[in-house]
Ligand binder design. Structure first.
Ligand SMILES: Cc1cc2nc3c(=O)[nH]c(=O)nc-3n(C[C@H](O)[C@H](O)[C@H](O)COP(=O)(O)O)c2cc1C
Length: 189
C-alpha cells in the first residue's frame, strides 16, 4: 500500500553534471547541477537563482554540460560546494575552449555538450534555461567503430533522495537491456 510523504524536495534519480560557463570575473567557471532533461537537440537545466552560475549563464547565454563518472567525484562535489569562487583555478581543472561556443569543456569528464540558451524562465527561487545542444563530445572509448555511443559502458552518477537524505547512486556496465525488451518478453500484445 502506498502512503503520501511530505518532503520539500524529491529527486527520483537525476544524472549529475558539471556546468561550464563564461564568467565576467574569473574568465570561466564551473558549477555542479543535477536538474535537467533533454529531448532531441533541446536541454533544460534548473538552477537556484542566487547562484553565480545563473548570473553568468543569464549574461553570456552559453554553457557546457560535462558529465563526470565516480572518478571525477571530488571535482563534482567541490564544484557543488564552493560558490562564487574561481573554481577552475582553485581546483586546477584542465579544460579546453570550444571553437563554437565560449565556455570550457572539461577534459576529465568523458561526455560533454555545448549548449546555447534560447529561453530563460523563472519559477520562484529557480531559473530554468532552455538551450539548444550545438555539439556533443565523448571520449573515443565510448564510441563504437561506427561512431555510435556505447551507452552500456558509460556510468554517470545519479543523484537521488528527499529533503532528509540524498545520495549518489551509480550505474554499472552489467545492467542494461535493449529498448523493447519488456514488450518482447511479455505475454500480452
Ligand atoms: C550533487 C549536487 C547536485 C546539485 N544540483 C543542483 C541543481 O540541480 N541546481 C542548483 O541550482 N544547484 C545544484 N547544486 C548546488 C550548486 O552546485 C551549489 O549551490 C554551488 O555552490 C553553486 O555555485 P556557484 O554559486 O558558484 O554557481 C548541486 C550540488 C551538488 C553537490
Amino acid at each position: 500500500m502506498k502512503k503520501t510523504f511530505n518532503t520539500s524536495k524529491f529527486y527520483y534519480a537525476f544524472p549529475i553534471f558539471i556546468l561550464g560557463y563564461k564568467d565576467e570575473k574569473f574568465s570561466y567557471n564551473i558549477t555542479t547541477c543535477s536538474s535537467s532533461f533533454s529531448l532531441g537537440d533541446m536541454v533544460v537545466i534548473g538552477m537556484f537563482k542566487g547562484s553565480n552560475a545563473v548570473k553568468q549563464i543569464s549574461k553570456f547565454k552559453e554553457f557546457t554540460i560535462n558529465i563526470p563518472t565516480k572518478e571525477q567525484g571530488f571535482l563534482m562535489e567541490k564544484a557543488g560546494f564552493l560558490t562564487k569562487r574561481d573554481k577552475l583555478t582553485l581546483l586546477s581543472v584542465p579544460y579546453e575552449l570550444s571553437s563554437v561556443i565560449d565556455a570550457p569543456l572539461l577534459e576529465k569528464c568523458p561526455v560533454s555538450m555545448e549548449c546555447r540558451v534560447e529561453q530563460i524562465q523563472e519559477f520562484g527561487e529557480y531559473v530554468n534555461f532552455t538551450a539548444r545542444i550545438i555539439n556533443r563530445w565523448c571520449d573515443e572509448t565510448l564510441l563504437d567503430t561506427k561512431g555510435n555511443f556505447k551507452s552500456a559502458i558509460f556510468s554517470p552518477i545519479e543523484y537521488i533522495g528527499d529533503e532528509k537524505r540524498r545520495v549518489y547512486r551509480y550505474l554499472d556496465d552489467k545492467n542494461s537491456d535493449k529498448l523493447g525488451t519488456f514488450i518482447r518478453s511479455s505475454k500480452y500484445d
